[in-house]
Ligand binder design. Structure first.
Ligand SMILES: Cc1ncc(COP(=O)(O)O)c(C=O)c1O
Length: 379
């Protein structure tokens, strides 16, 4: 099946009891057994639930993977990957990444004896410098949050395969509509389903997808043992949201292009970060590994003043001031004080998260209205 057909049909089938075309919300904690151990594949809803199961199959199909697992948040999904490691293991991670990912690495897993190296990966050769016998995981986010850096997944796969290191890719910004890291040889894909996959700003959820059976066994063992699972109602909402993923993503990309070009031509705007520009340092890589460039854009202001950025955030109306991204409605945020406040100032400035940096999640409204809103805010 092609992508749009999979988004609508993969993993779901009419309910066997009633013929309902929509997967029912199996709001149950347990399942009656005919005899001891004789159940219909579902024993207890932490271990498995039919609504969640349909979503896990759907997500696996969208990423061309064999196995999918859903979690109570994107962070819970990341937590699961890290729990596959042991004390003494080392991780090489993108240095420009979601602040919460940085926080869980530094403040939770460092305590349990895992060592992290945060590395600029725009040139994949940098990764190899940090590989040693303890390296067990490479963590890649691409496009990165919030600097929209592009990391070459194929080049990273070459390094991970050469040394037998597991490679996980946070595919939240790209979504499976734009980029399929498993096809390029990555081992695990992570999603904050909260964002584009859910798409309607009404669910917090995470997911992991993989092909390898050994990794899958670990993933399900940790999912069940740690218990950070997602709920049947939320699984239903995401199944519903995903049915329009391809349509929404198409519009996010179209609007993203229009807004990026508008900002690049605006006299008050200094730099615009969007992988669709030919001038983007890894535009050619983006063109090769993504089918389009998405609707996430960051930009800075001439003079780089925090108060100017705050004024714009307070003045925009259609672009709502809020954390998160990927919903149908446009959002505006200030990484330095919001999503990336967990990263020390010197570290965030070093990667480009300066005081005037503003991040946009361009929604699927009419582009003319979005431009008018930004024009008003900038003036
Ligand atoms: C790229 C990225 N990864 C992971 C996460 C964490 O996901 P969640 O908020 O669903 O826990 C986020 C959240 O903003 C994100 O942007």
């Amino acid at each position: 099946m092609k992508f749009g057909t999979k988004a609508i049909h993969a993993g779901v089938s009419p309910d066997s009891a009633t013929g309902a075309i929509m997967t029912p919300i199996y709001q149950t904690s347990t399942y009656v057994q005919d005899g001891i151990g004789n159940h219909k594949g579902y024993a207890y809803s932490r271990s498995q639930n039919p609504t969640r199961h349909a979503l896990e199959k759907n997500l696996a199909a969208l990423e061309n993977g064999k196995h999918g697992a859903c979690f109570g948040s994107g962070m819970a999904a990341i937590d699961c990957v890290l729990k596959m490691l042991n004390p003494g293991d080392e991780v090489i991670s993108t240095n420009d990444l979601y602040g919460g990912t940085y926080r869980i690495f530094k403040t939770i897993f460092e305590k349990y004896g895992i060592k992290f190296h945060f590395v600029g990966m725009q040139n994949a050769d940098n990764i190899e410098t940090y590989v040693n016998e303890n390296t067990k995981l490479i963590w890649v986010e691409t496009p990165t949050n919030p600097m929209m850096n592009i990391i070459d997944i194929t080049a990273t796969v070459k390094i991970s395969k050469k040394y037998g290191i597991m490679l996980a890719v946070d595919n939240t910004f790209a979504t499976p509509y734009l980029q399929n890291p498993l096809d390029m040889g990555a081992d695990i894909i992570m999603h904050s389903v909260t964002k584009y996959l859910g798409g309607h700003s009404d669910v917090v959820m995470g997911a992991l997808i993989c092909n390898d059976d050994t990794i899958a066994n670990e993933m399900y063992r940790i999912q069940n043992s740690s218990g950070a699972v997602t709920a049947p109602m939320d699984s239903f909402l995401v199944l519903r949201g995903i049915k329009t993923l391809h349509l929404r993503m198409q519009r996010h990309c179209e609007n993203g292009k229009v807004i990026a070009n508008f900002l690049a031509a605006h006299p008050k705007v200094d730099k615009v970060y969007w992988p669709g520009f030919v001038s983007h340092p890894n535009h050619e890589v983006a063109k090769r590994q993504m089918s389009d460039f998405g609707g996430m854009i960051s930009f800075t202001l001439i003079g780089d003043k925090m108060e100017d950025a705050h004024a714009i955030l307070n003045k925009s109306k259609l672009f709502a001031l809020a954390e998160s991204l990927g919903g149908v409605e446009s959002l505006i945020g200030h990484p330095a004080t919001m999503t990336h406040a967990a990263i020390p100032k010197a570290d965030r400035q070093a990667i480009g998260v300066v005081d005037s940096l503003i991040r946009l999640s361009v929604g699927v409204e009419d582009a003319e209205d979005l431009i008018e809103d930004l024009e008003n805010a900038l003036s």
